[in-house]
Design a binder for this molecule. Structure first.
Ligand code: FES
Length: 209
């Protein structure tokens, strides 16, 4: 919270209490990633640099991908205009965050070959790491395949085989636990694993973010 807001909270606790409660309640039915993206846009619209830097990091911590933050900026073009978007991108470049380079963005959009379909057991999640991409993958009896990025949505910890506990995936860092079939967080946390788009071509499982 900025110095000015802290001052107002102390000087006008009644009015500011209502305001802060309103902010907390507004958007309570939105998922954390959507809320984070909207907050990023509001900071760009107000052109508050400190808040923008803070909310970009929050959005990444909430599991937003760099490409999603860029898309949110571009989609808000009618409200922001090019000048504010360029202002925001300049700051993102200064922050030197991973994943924002054009190469990284292109790679994130490309389909990655993950593994052979026949290597996946039926109805049981497995960890697959093929250097370019690490994921928890599950092949259902009807042939459909689901894959979740092997990265904790809490603070980005890379997850491995050790995180698999029967039907759950448990992050070793703060014990957020996820249902291996749905990716939903079922213990300690409040955000799901990032589901990867998945398709099977010629017996190979392909995924992308
Ligand atoms: S980083 Fe995974 S639970 Fe905190």
């Amino acid at each position: 919270m900025s110095k000015a807001l802290s001052y107002l909270v102390e000087a006008r606790p009644q009015a500011m209490g209502h305001y802060l409660a309103f902010l907390k309640e507004a958007g309570s039915v939105l998922d954390p990633r959507t809320r984070a993206l909207i907050s990023v846009i509001t900071k760009v619209h107000a052109q508050t640099e400190r808040g923008f830097r803070q909310y970009v990091r929050r959005a990444l911590d909430a599991g937003c991908l760099p490409g999603e933050i860029l898309d949110a900026l571009l989609m808000a073009f009618p409200a922001l205009g090019l000048t504010r978007i360029v202002w925001a991108v300049d700051i993102i470049l200064e922050m030197d965050l991973p994943g924002f380079s054009p190469e990284a963005l292109r790679a994130a959009q490309a389909w990655q070959d993950l593994c052979a379909l026949e290597d996946l057991p039926e109805g049981r999640p497995v960890f697959v790491d093929n250097v370019k991409c690490a994921a928890f993958v599950r092949r259902e009896p009807d042939g459909t395949v689901t894959a979740f990025e092997a990265r904790c949505p809490h603070q980005g910890t890379a997850l491995t085989d050790d995180a698999l506990e029967d039907e759950r995936i448990v992050c070793p860092r703060h014990q957020w636990a996820f249902d291996a079939a749905t990716g939903e967080c079922v213990d300690h946390g409040d955000r799901p694993l990032n589901r990867l788009e998945c398709r099977v071509v010629d017996g190979r499982v392909l995924v992308r973010s």
